[in-house]
Design a protein around this ligand. Structure first.
Ligand code: NAD
Length: 395
């Protein structure tokens, strides 16, 4: 089949297996060129197929030489529908790991469920014995509670007054104003239930109870802070409440892991283009401006550069360089004073006429396409490709 990108709103409904493999190979090549990390050896990545989770898995496998079990919720191809990008990414990851003699197995299913937690524990017991690093990198719009069956939906809304801001439609390059109505108490509660720390805590409880955590095991989850101009919709909005809860959960988990010397940390990562971040209004304009400024200063990073640096320079460096709230700050270059001062200046003057000159909206668009395996010069998109690709460890 010849595959072209097809869009519904800000979602791409097709993905390209060869392009996704190319993307994963590029990330692997980046890590292989860096210094080896004396770090994790057996790793579980929850949310391992795209974005930060995929890059964490690649950095652990090819930077530390770690065996990885990756868990995700993706769709294989069916009829003439392509698989989801995360499916093709994971197929490629396993293929490359095998070429390099590195253990990699995957589980496709709902990480929020008790069944998948159990299935993962059984696989760890059978193949790895114990894990020394657990990365929790889920981004989901909904969660079914495993005990009560309640279905929670997350929303991205301000708390307090309605919020009006500029944003950019990165497909058309149009700068427009949007107004987002404020969240009610139940929407806040549901967003915290989806993106807060409860499920991370349940995972760590289950892993500990099953005795599959190694002595001094580390667990990491990811958060974001960002600049003032996005606070109303992000850090001080519903998703920010969920992140507050996630960050507080790190302390709770560390407490529970005391007897095995385990520790839980939250890493504040930089704003990047992923399927999850593309769904957040306002962020597209901020990221387009930020990319241009960080590229001009040579401090721009994508997921793979961030995740390699996090493992090499923080988690396994002997100095995590934690902030006053005990968090790993991978957003240090994004939040640098000079970068943010320039972003604020550009933000004020951004409009339809100047957006292509003052921001990297084109770079945003290109990154977005790449998430689905499109837009790589090295890939021949006019060629017929087989859309049915197996993730080797998933039967
Ligand atoms: P993403 O959409 O690229 O990845 C989400 C992952 O979660 C995928 O592997 C997906 O398969 C998996 N997933 C979703 N629902 C699942 C379920 N029910 N069961 C199993 N797997 C499921 O997202 P991302 O942007 O990489 O986000 C990962 C984390 O990083 C989030 O906590 C996010 O808030 C944080 N973060 C993102 C940014 C950013 O700019 N993208 C910045 C800082 C922090």
């Amino acid at each position: 089949m010849i595959i072209t990108p097809k869009f519904r709103g800000f979602i791409c409904t097709t993905s390209h297996p060869v392009g996704c493999e190319y993307n994963v190979r590029q990330q692997v090549e980046y890590v292989k060129k860096q210094k080896k990390i004396n770090g994790a050896k057996k790793v579980l990545v929850i949310g391992a197929s795209t974005g930060y989770g995929l890059s964490s898995r690649i950095a652990a496998a090819f930077g530390c030489g770690a065996a990885t079990i990756g868990l995700f919720f993706e769709k294989p191809a069916s009829g003439n529908r392509t698989a989801s990008a995360g499916w093709y990414n994971s197929a490629a990851f396993e293929k490359i790991a095998k070429e390099e003699g590195i253990y990699a197995k995957s589980i496709n299913g709902d990480a929020f469920s008790n069944e998948i937690k159990q299935q993962t524990i059984e696989l760890i017991k059978k193949d790895l014995g114990k894990v020394d690093l657990v990365i929790y990198s889920l981004a989901s719009p909904r969660r079914t509670h495993p005990d009560t069956g309640e279905i929670f939906n997350s929303v991205i809304k301000p708390i307090g007054p309605a919020y009006t801001s500029k944003t950019v439609n990165f497909h058309t390059g149009k700068v427009e104003n949007i107004t987002i109505e404020s969240a009610n108490e139940d929407e806040i509660r549901q967003t915290v239930a989806v993106m807060g720390g409860e499920d991370w805590d349940m995972w760590m409880d289950a892993l500990k109870k099953a005795d599959v955590l190694a002595e001094n095991a580390i667990t990491l989850a990811y958060s974001y802070v960002g600049p003032e101009m996005t606070h109303a919709v992000y850090r001080e909005g519903t998703i920010g409440r969920a992140k507050d809860d996630l960050e507080a959960t790190a302390y709770k988990i560390t407490d529970k892991l005391k007897d095995i010397g385990g520790k839980a940390y939250v890493s504040i990562n930089k704003a990047v283009v992923t399927q999850a971040s593309a769904a957040i209004p306002v962020i597209s304009l901020y990221v387009s401006i930020l990319f241009k400024i960080m590229k001009s200063k040579n401090t721009h990073e994508g997921c793979i550069e961030q995740m390699y640096r996090m493992l090499e320079d923080r988690v396994y460096s002997g100095d995590m360089k934690l902030d006053s709230k005990g968090r790993i700050c991978m957003d240090d270059w994004e939040m640098a004073k000079d970068v943010q001062a320039e972003v604020a200046k550009v933000w004020d003057k951004a409009n339809d006429d100047n957006i292509n000159d003052i921001s990297d909206v084109e770079g945003y668009r290109t990154e977005f396409f790449k998430l689905f395996g499109f837009g790589f010069d090295a890939v021949e998109y006019s060629e017929d490709v087989d859309i049915e690709v197996m993730v080797e460890s998933i039967k």
